[in-house]
Write a protein that binds this ligand. Sequence first.
Ligand code: HPA
Length: 268
Amino acid sequence: MKETVDLLVERLNGLAPTVAVVLGSGLGGLVDEMEDAIRIPYSDLPGFPLSGVTGHAGAVVAGRFAGVPVLFLAGRAHYYEHGDAAVMRPVIETLAGIGISKLIVTNSAGSLDPDMPAGSVMLITDHINFSGSNPLFGEPTDRRFVGMTEAYDARLRVAIEKAATDSGTTLHKGVYIWFSGPSFETPAEIRMARVLGANAVGMSTVPEVILGRFYGLRVAACSVITNLAAGMTGGELSHDETKDMAPLGGRQLTTILRAFFQDGAVHG
Ligand code: HPA
């Protein structure tokens, strides 16, 4: 990825962010708050995947957020698009290569808890990889045996919780379960996921978290709840609902991240 690292460094023109934020479906509004934003389409960056999913823009947007240099990944590629869980590997490797040390991953998710309705934000404390896949399949070195006991960095979690408290925003906490998608879950799968100890369900994030740990980044993740999971309301789920509802929680997540960066928590 040396070529992409060099190219990105050149395009960043002296800006040297140490934190990157992956933006999930419908959460692209966060980039509107950037000052002096530099926008680099993924198509300019060799190895970066093109996501065909509506609601996922596909660009690096770097600049200052609450005064702090930050790199946003507006749009991600998903395992379910091509059946390749490692599709984000060149991206995460490039981030590590340009000096990013902290990765905040966001997503839209379904809630398994009626007390955490659409519009809520959940800090991910741990995950269940229920996809049967892994982005490190085929990695030939012993580095593939990545420890996941402390995948979600304790210090970053405390800082995000503090940012939520300081900004008067309710922040739920829980376990995220990764289903491959792209079909939504069945009600039976959701009942199972609840028994397994999951609080939110989605089709992303876990690959980036594993890759982040593989490349030695400190990782945190937040879900924006767009719906109660399958079978909990009687209605059918849809991607339109995800896109329509994401801005609701997205606004709260923006508030939390703003407080997080304003706090200087990112330097901790
Ligand atoms: N399931 C899986 N992924 C999702 C959901 C869901 O209910 N809502 C948003 N993304």
